[in-house]
Design a protein. Structure first.
Length: 370
C-alpha cells in the first residue's frame, strides 16, 4: 500500500495521517523544517496545532512537541497519535460500545433526516452509543477509539461509515440530502465492528511512535500560552528552539462548519451552523483577526529561546500575509526576516468553495536570529 510516496512501512507513516483536516501543512514539510532548525531533544512549539502535524513530526524525530489547539476535533486527532492506548484496549472498547448500541435504537430513529440518509440504522445506533459512551476528554483509550472513528466517520463510498461524502469536510445537511437523492446514493449497510477492527489493526500493525514529553493542550492559545509561560518560569517546561505553525487564514476556514458532523460525534449540536464555534469571528473580522495573531505570537515569544527560529506558513493573500507578518515582527522585533514562496500544486480550499481562479500559493515567513 503506497500513497504520495509513502509505503506505510513505519509507525510514524501510519499514525501521522490521523486525521483528515483542512489547512494542515504536509508532514514532509514539517519534517524538513524541524530537521533544519533543531537537534534531538529540542522543543518545538505550535500555538495553532490543528491535527498536530508539527507536534507529531517533532516527537517522531526525537524532539519534544508542545502545541495548543482550539478545535476539539484537531485536539482529539493530535492527542491520540501522540499517546494512543494499546490496540487491545481499543478493540475491547469497540466491542463494549457495540454491545450497548441497541439501547439507542429509538433515539436513532428520531435523529434528523440527514442522519438516516447518511448512515444505516446499525451505524446510527453505534455512533449514538459512542457519542454518549466515549469519554474522549479524560480517557486515553476512549480518545484513541474516537480519533479513529472520526477518521472514518464520513468519506468516499466503501471507505467510510457514511453515504458518499468528502472525507475532509462535512457537507451541509440540505445539500447532502439533495445530492444523494439526485445520484441514487444510499448509506452502506456494514458491520461496524468488523469495519473498524480492520482499520484499528492496520493502524497499529507497525507499532506506535514514542512521544515522551510531547503533548497538545485543548483550548485557546490566548489563554493557555500565559499558563505555559508560568511553567517555563518555574522551570517545569523548557523553552522551545523552534516555533513552527500555520495560523488560520483570514476569511477562508470555518472550523465549526467544516467539521460539524465530527463535532456532533464529540457531543456538540446536531445541526451545521456557519457562524458558531469559538473565536470564529476572529477569522473573518479584520481587527479581531489582527488582534488574535498579535496576542498569540506575543505570548509565544515568552516560550521560546532567544536564538529560536520562528517559522510560519501563511497565505499569500495580502491581508492574511500582512497581518501575520505584523504580528510576528511585533513579538520578535530583533529577528531577521526571510521569505520563501510555495505555489499550490493541488486544488485549494477556496477552489472547493467555488473560487477557481489561479492562486499564487502560500508564503513561508521565517524569523532568524540576527
Amino acid at each position: 500500500m503506497a500513497s504520495n510516496g509513502k509505503t506505510f512501512s513505519t509507525a510514524a507513516e501510519r499514525w501521522e495521517g490521523i486525521g483528515p483536516y483542512y489547512a494542515m501543512f504536509p508532514t514532509r514539510f514539517a519534517d524538513a523544517v524541524i530537521e533544519e532548525h533543531t537537534a534531538a531533544g529540542d522543543v518545538v512549539l505550535d500555538p495553532f496545532a490543528g491535527r498536530g502535524t508539527a507536534i507529531f513530526s517533532a516527537a517522531a524525530s526525537g524532539r519534544v512537541g508542545i502545541g495548543v489547539e482550539i478545535s476539539p476535533v484537531g485536539w482529539v486527532y493530535a492527542s491520540a497519535k501522540l499517546s494512543p492506548a494499546s490496540s487491545e484496549q481499543v478493540e475491547q472498547r469497540l466491542l463494549e460500545i457495540a454491545d450497548i448500541s441497541d439501547e439507542y435504537a429509538e433515539q436513532a430513529q428520531s435523529l434528523p433526516k440527514f442522519f438516516s440518509e447518511c448512515f444505516s440504522p446499525s451505524v446510527r445506533r453505534f455512533l449514538l452509543a459512542a457519542r454518549v459512551g466515549l469519554d474522549w476528554r479524560r480517557c486515553t483509550c476512549d480518545r484513541t477509539l474516537m480519533a479513529i472513528l472520526l477518521v472514518y466517520l464520513h468519506g468516499k463510498e466503501g471507505q467510510a461509515l457514511s453515504n458518499q461524502m468528502r472525507q475532509t469536510k462535512a457537507m451541509s445537511p440540505d445539500y447532502a440530502i439533495k445530492w444523494w437523492a439526485e445520484n441514487g446514493k444510499k448509506p452502506p449497510n456494514l458491520d461496524v465492528v468488523e469495519f473498524m477492527r480492520q482499520r484499528i489493526r492496520w493502524r497499529y500493525a507497525k507499532g506506535v511512535v514514542e512521544a515522551d514529553g510531547s503533548r497538545v493542550y485543548l483550548g485557546n492559545s490566548v489563554n493557555l500560552l500565559p499558563q505555559l509561560a508560568q511553567l517555563v518560569c518555574e522551570e517545569e517546561v523548557p523553552k522551545a528552539k523552534l516555533l513552527l505553525t500555520s495560523p488560520p487564514y483570514f476569511g477562508v476556514t470555518n472550523y465549526h462548519y467544516d467539521q460539524w458532523l465530527r463535532l456532533w460525534l464529540l457531543g456538540f449540536e446536531t445541526d451545521a451552523y456557519v457562524t458558531r464555534g469559538p473565536y470564529q469571528g476572529r477569522f473573518t473580522h479584520p481587527v479581531r483577526y489582527r488582534s488574535l495573531l498579535k496576542e498569540v505570537f506575543c505570548h509565544a515569544a515568552e516560550l521560546v529561546t532567544d536564538n529560536a527560529v520562528v517559522y510560519v506558513r501563511t497565505s499569500k493573500d495580502p491581508f492574511t500575509k500582512e497581518a501575520t507578518l505584523d504580528a510576528m515582527l511585533a513579538a520578535f522585533p530583533q529577528k531577521r526576516l526571510e521569505e520563501r514562496f510555495q505555489p499550490f500544486r493541488k486544488p485549494t480550499q477556496t477552489h472547493l468553495f467555488g473560487d477557481k481562479t489561479l492562486k499564487a500559493g502560500e508564503a513561508d515567513l521565517i524569523l532568524l536570529p540576527s
